[in-house]
Design a protein around this ligand. Structure first.
Ligand SMILES: [Zn+2]
Length: 131
């Protein structure tokens, strides 16, 4: 009975460490129950952190990456407003204008969206059709 308690407790610990590293908590919990909490805990401990993939733009002043919708760089305070910023979402290059509109030019045709969310939805729709 104590072993069972230790087993489940260990699996919960593995799940917590896994999700802290950006991995699937429930997935590692069940894997841990199946194999061994100790073995999977070691596996999770040596694994590198998974950073969520996010669209970003590069700050021209400090070269750090910031969110495409950012107006001020969180690293150095550089203001992006006024200058249209070239950015990239899932391989599709686009520009964020100072009024928040998003434009994309493909083969000489320029398309404009009212905001970044609308543009992301458009790209996701195209990606789904091609896959
Ligand atoms: Zn910066």
């Amino acid at each position: 009975m104590e072993l069972l308690f230790f087993w489940i407790g260990g699996a919960v610990l593995v799940a917590v460490v896994a999700s802290n590293k950006g991995r699937s908590g429930p997935g590692w919990f069940f894997l841990s129950l199946l194999i061994s909490p100790l073995l999977t805990l070691i596996a999770v401990a040596v694994m590198s952190r998974v950073e969520p993939i996010e669209a970003s733009k590069t700050c021209p002043r400090c070269a750090e990456s910031v969110k495409p919708a950012a107006i001020v760089c969180k690293h150095c305070g550089f203001e992006f407003s006024g200058v249209p910023q070239q950015a990239n979402y899932k391989g599709v290059p686009y520009m964020v204008l100072s009024n928040g509109q998003v434009t994309m030019t493909v083969e000489g045709r320029t398309t404009t969206w009212p905001n970044l969310t609308a543009f992301h939805e458009h790209v996701n729709r195209i990606r789904k059709l091609r896959v």
